[in-house]
Design a protein around this ligand. Structure first.
Ligand code: UGY
Ligand code: MN
Length: 243
């Protein structure tokens, strides 16, 4: 049905709300039976790239020279790396250091959140090694003592990583305790539920399936609405000096 030019999507200097009605799909180099929805990239003002890869059964992702983080949203994939093949189900994730040879193959139709970032080295730390995990085995911590707001850090607390990826789960009515303004940027995919996101000077209703980019210093706040928990996957650059 025609929406007469209306959408919740908006592209502002310091934030982007990208809603499914505006997604445009295109294959990226090296993809087979796979298509990408690029949510944000350096062309949009970010220092990283995030896309959703939609794979048909038998589909594969292309290669990259950057670091790559994968989080399975739906379906089943197999990740072959360093001579072993790892089946990944929804909630399964992987971190691949820059230039790691690997193959992501969809054993069933699948959707995968993909984050790519050029690695910023530290003089006394080498790039991290391959990591494969499942969100279900990551212990949550309560954000600032609020048991209704649980954070799961999918990557280890280790300065060799130059980014972090977490999931955050809000019980209905839970909210960030403050408006955050910080140097890190975020890529955020709403996985479940919804609520109101403050970005800059605007308040946006958001729901599962939406993507948000927050640039450095973008004022941000979220409150969960509805009768089910709201949950999102959130990227941030991390562990590096701002200069
Ligand atoms: O990690 C964070 O900065 C997180 N609390 N931000 C957010 O949820 N918008
Ligand atoms: Mn934040």
């Amino acid at each position: 049905m025609h929406k007469l030019g209306h959408t919740r999507s908006t592209n502002q200097r310091d934030h982007l709300l990208h809603t499914p009605d505006t997604f445009v799909r295109a294959a990226l180099p090296g993809m087979t039976a796979c298509i990408a929805i690029v949510h944000i990239s350096p062309a949009g003002g970010a220092q990283f790239t995030q896309y959703t890869a939609e794979l048909e059964q038998g589909g594969t992702l292309g290669a990259t020279n950057a670091q790559r983080f994968l989080y399975v949203l739906d379906g089943n994939v197999e990740l072959t790396v360093e001579g072993a093949t790892h089946p990944l189900t929804p909630g399964g994730y992987a971190y691949l250091p820059p230039g790691t040879a690997h193959r992501l193959y969809a054993s069933k139709t699948a959707r995968v959140a993909v984050i790519e970032k050029n690695y910023v080295a530290l003089s006394r730390a080498t790039a991290p090694t391959v990591l494969i995990g499942h969100e279900g085995s990551v212990l949550p911590t309560a954000l600032m003592g609020d048991d209704d707001l649980q954070v799961r850090s999918l990557l280890p607390d280790n300065p060799s990583f130059d980014f972090a990826v977490n999931t955050m789960t809000y019980q209905p009515g839970a909210a960030l305790s403050m408006v955050e303004v910080h140097v890190m940027e975020h890529g955020l995919l709403m996985l479940e539920g919804g609520g109101i996101y403050r970005l800059g000077d605007q308040w946006y209703p958001v729901t599962a399936g939406d993507f948000i980019w927050m640039g450095p210093f973008c004022p941000q706040w979220f409150g969960a609405l509805g009768k089910q928990p709201a949950k999102y996957l959130i990227y941030k650059d991390w562990n590096r000096h701002p200069l």
